[in-house]
Design a protein around this ligand. Structure first.
Ligand code: ZN
Length: 389
């Protein structure tokens, strides 16, 4: 049995567009054929019988604190790094790693080392330069140099805007980050996208809108995230999308955050689709390994929990099964749209020549039954054991 060549037979392929029932042949990490009735001859291969299941692209998660995050309640509340198997269990095969609020004890060297460790385990891990604070922290001293010289850096982030934990950047400061990211991205053939952490302050997206109207930074350079943290910000996000901008929704949340106004990502996505925001301008990310506040029965702060990367597939399931949103559009927000946003043409789509990052999902529950990352089938039992609640 040759495990480098994999034949996935009879799955309903969502690429993310619906291309019907097909066989998919994978060889040495790439998709090499998508046709009905593929029968390789003269070579050994492994077969996965996938009748009655969906085959979808592996998920692309635009924000995971891969080297750990948190620390917002003191050192005891730091969160641990991401484990590759937790990502596979959650159907995530590509992650974009970023620093979080703590850009003092956490740094880019550690972030890059973590990304490289995850890569060695088959997870396609990338990273962002920059930081919450402005002027942003970098590895070499400048955003532009980092993007040109460090292969794993795809863009900048999280830069905090409208948040009490940020350093309250001015519009020209934001424009300079956007401009350097754009130029570095052009030189390196990358997107140079700036992932912006949106806080609760009423100014919301206004500084970013100003940075793109008053300066020569296209609106597509920015990817504001946590846009579902309150209704007012989501309404502004619809306006932003009408101007051509992309927005990112965060899937990890808690009942307490929802009670305080946070909109579950699937509910926010339903609103966006109703407002005719196309799936090509909306992505969802998990904010995995971030810290989430936990309260006791009396509403007293008990401590911090770790945001699960598995929240991404859960919101896909909720959006399709409970909100009845079109499966292809929901899938696009966690596959093709983030892949385009970060300029990763090998990711987020099932097509010949693309990386073989694939998921098999149960046709009804949309539960993951199989994760294939970099052409290698990841064991289902191992995955179940490490999935975080
Ligand atoms: Zn954030």
């Amino acid at each position: 049995m040759n495990e480098d060549i994999l034949l996935i037979r009879g799955a309903h392929v969502m690429a993310p567009e619906d291309i019907g029932v097909r066989d998919v042949l994978v060889a040495c990490g790439r998709i090499v054929a998508i046709e009905p009735g593929i029968r390789p001859s003269g070579i050994g291969f492994t077969t996965i019988e996938a009748q009655g299941r969906y085959l979808v692209p592996g998920l692309v998660d635009s924000l995971v604190h891969i080297s750990g995050g948190g620390g917002e309640g003191g050192f005891a509340t730091r969160t641990p790094p991401l484990i590759a198997n937790a990502a596979f269990a959650a159907g995530v095969t590509t992650v974009i790693g970023a620093l979080g609020t703590d850009d003092v004890t956490r740094n880019h060297a550690d972030l890059l080392g973590t990304a490289r460790a995850l890569r060695s385990q088959g997870l396609s891990a990338y990273a962002l330069t920059g930081s919450y604070r402005v002027p942003v922290r970098t590895l070499t001293g400048s955003v532009r140099d980092d993007l040109v010289l460090i292969p794993e850096f795809l863009g900048v982030g999280e830069v905090a805007v409208a948040d009490h934990r940020g350093s309250q950047p001015t519009v020209p400061e934001l424009a300079r980050i956007g401009g350097d990211a754009l130029a570095g991205g052009l030189l390196a053939g990358k997107s140079g996208t700036v992932l912006v952490h949106m806080g609760d302050h009423a100014s919301g997206l206004s500084p970013l809108m100003a940075a793109s109207s008053e300066f020569a930074v296209p609106i597509r350079q920015w990817l504001p995230t946590h846009v579902n943290r309150q209704q007012r910000l989501l309404d502004q996000g619809i306006e932003w999308a009408r101007l051509g901008g992309r927005i990112d929704l965060t899937t990890s949340t808690t009942p307490e955050l929802i009670a305080a106004g946070d909109l579950p990502a699937a509910a926010a996505l339903a609103q966006l689709f109703r407002a005719d925001v196309p799936a090509s301008q909306v992505s969802m990310s998990s904010d995995g390994q971030a810290s989430l506040p936990v309260f006791d029965a009396n509403g007293r702060f008990k401590g911090l929990d770790v945001a699960p990367i598995s929240s991404l597939i859960r919101d896909v399931q909720v959006a399709v099964r409970e909100f009845r949103l079109p499966f292809t559009d929901v899938l696009a927000t966690v596959t093709s749209t983030p892949a385009e946003c970060w300029h990763l043409p090998q990711k987020g789509r099932i097509r010949v020549g693309a990386d073989a990052d694939l998921l098999l999902l149960d046709h009804d529950s949309l539960e993951i039954t199989h994760t294939i990352a970099a052409g290698v089938s990841r064991d289902v039992f191992e995955r179940r054991a490490v999935v975080q609640p």
